[in-house]
Write a protein that binds this ligand. Sequence first.
Ligand code: EPZ
Length: 434
Amino acid sequence: MFICGLFSSFLVIKWGIMDKIRIVGGRPLDGEVRVSGAKNSALPCIAASLLTADPVFLRNVPGKVRDVSTMILLLEHLGTNASWEGSALRLQADAIDEFEAPYDMVKTMRASVLVLGPLVARFGKAVVSLPGGCAIGARPIDMHLEGLQAFGAEIRIEHGYVSARAKRLKGAHYRFPNITVTGTENLIMAAVLAEGKTVLENCALEPEIADLIALLRMMGANISGEDTPTVTIHGVDSLYTAQHSIIPDRIEAGTFLIAGAITGGSVTVTHCVPGHLAALLEKLGKSGCRLDAGQNSVHIENHGQLHPSDIETHPYPLFPTDLQAQYMALMTQANGICRIHENIFENRFMHVAELQRMRADIKVHGHVAEVHGRTALSGACVMATDLRASASLLLAGLVAEGVTVLQRVYHIDRGYERIEEKLRQLGAEIERIS
Ligand code: EPZ
């Protein structure tokens, strides 16, 4: 218990948990902004380093993103030797002596569950705190566990922890009843060291999964079928050292494109993969924004009226739930009614009440939100409830009249590297109040 208390107070100091962000709205953004590496690829790739005793080198890791630091801390807790060599993160799991991911770490970041597959695959045992619910939904991990059981793991749940044990996992055929991103990643990582052949069906298609597969293949894994719903893995006895560069963060890129649109600005987002943003670009084009996609950049301009364009969130390649809140803020500035269907998480409209406090006119009916625009938003003190909701409130603050103060900034730091500095670079009047 003393250790847990110490870890929490360490978080408060290290990560400025009490910080706020102050925004003065009304300035059109202008200029270029560079996207960081993808948080949702860095997390599984860091966990994958547990699959070998050799060093794994990861580049383009968003080191200032808090969830990434938490994952590195978790691996160090398990016994990994982690260090930065220049801009590369070096991870070596050659002295793993702990197999438990404690509640105090998992409760701050549910993606900690990604150590489950690699630990049981390489060491035959893992104990991970059950993540429990979060602001956006219940988010069970039943499919992760069902898949591991199909590989022959013995799964027990006790005292809030799941323990998985197996002499050696055995390849199997498993079909996900529903699409799950980290579920797909966990079972792929479990199967690469399993005995024999595994076929996973109805896999998620998010680009972060293909990125993980690229790393695992470089470590010597035998995998085929990335970017398709069916992934086939032939287990190997061991994996070895590798170097890999993490793909750009498409959600961060999308957030900056929406920042350019909502402020009536002219923004170029660089070091991104335009193809990963197709669903968003289609909607921004329909809403009236001018878009130019380059090889690894997208330029957006909005100097006119915005038109409403309905969205439905679905697994990739359709519209991502992680851009739903940001897109909602944009649609408060469109002339007419926009309907937003959230199909992935049952409670991902927490930002609505705060946007309404900024004078937005939004009505929620179950998992559909109806945004009535155009509304002249007014600045206010608002409270972040989760990562993407906080990005939505920050975007609303950029266009609102007067001052907006965003509280509980630690939510936004979980997924964006110093977002206020990048926005200031684009001409926003924004500052962090520590
Ligand atoms: C990943 O979460 C992302 N996180 C989320 O991003 C993202 O919102 C989500 O995928 C959907 O795109 C990371 O990659 C670290 P799921 P994940 O399993 O894997 C249900 C952000 O903002 N489900 O694909 O946890 C689940 O409740 C974060 O960066 C089960 O029922 O999401 C949800 O309704 C937030 N049983 C749906 O499936 C399971 O075993 C999809 O969840 C697993 C999931």
